[in-house]
Design a protein around this ligand. Structure first.
Ligand code: CA
Length: 225
């Protein structure tokens, strides 16, 4: 799961990012102002966004309003500095899914975030399928008939994106963004490496699903059954 953290207090941001990575097991991208937050959020690559209200360049409420207007439905957890009821109501009106008032206990942040991302998981179900081939989101297993193989984290993330976007050809840029994040040093051939791992695993379980490459454009799944 990839989280976007929009918080301008560097110290707090650093602490939260470390916590999310180490205790939450999330991938985290941190930005420090509203405009960057909005740009990143609109990419649609995040599973949840932690958004501070008081931000330089553009405040959190305005960012949130823009996201929802633009059709971005990523769950947003709003961080409000004040405990005033008005702020909460405005936030929820603007499309926030939840809010936390500063200062907060870090355990609570993780709990709220789990609830937000779980909600998304519930909506989409535990299994993704193409034909008779199944990807289990809980166990990270790829299953066909009687056969199952466990996927590594990157393999799983890649397979998940391919399954969620079966009607599309996914560019390497988009795959790298989604799996490694913006500021990653991941090379194009990293995608090729993981695609080849996945192909081997599909073959190993006897699945007829193929990962097709459209030259110069990207990858897509085809059920060869
Ligand atoms: Ca702030």
């Amino acid at each position: 799961m990839r989280i976007l953290l929009v918080e301008d207090e560097r110290q707090l941001s650093d602490v939260l990012a470390a916590l999310l990575k180490q205790q939450g097991g999330y991938s985290v991208d941190a930005v420090y102002d509203g405009v960057s937050g909005e740009d990143c959020a609109l990419s649609g690559i995040y599973d949840a966004i932690i958004l501070d209200v008081m931000l330089p360049k553009k405040d959190g409420m305005s960012v949130l309003r823009t996201l929802r207007t633009e059709g971005c439905s990523t769950p947003v957890l709003l961080l409000t500095a004040k405990s005033e009821v008005d702020d909460k109501i405005t936030g929820l009106d603007c499309g926030a899914d939840d809010y936390l008032t500063k200062p907060f206990v870090t355990g609570e942040l993780l709990a709220r975030l789990r609830a937000l991302t779980r909600r998304k998981g519930e909506l989409t179900g535990d299994e993704l399928t193409i034909g008779q081939t199944i990807l289990n989101r809980r166990t990270h297993e790829l299953i066909y008939a009687e056969n199952a193989v466990k996927l590594g984290l990157k393999e799983y993330q890649l397979m998940e994106i391919l399954l969620e976007n079966q009607k599309q050809i996914l560019s390497k840029d988009r795959l790298i963004e989604k799996i490694w994040g913006y500021d990653s040093e991941a090379e194009y051939n990293a995608i090729e490496v993981y695609i080849s791992f996945l192909r081997k695993k599909l073959t190993a379980i006897g699945s007829p699903v193929q990962i097709k490459a459209s030259r110069g454009i990207g990858y897509y799944l085809e059920d060869g059954a």
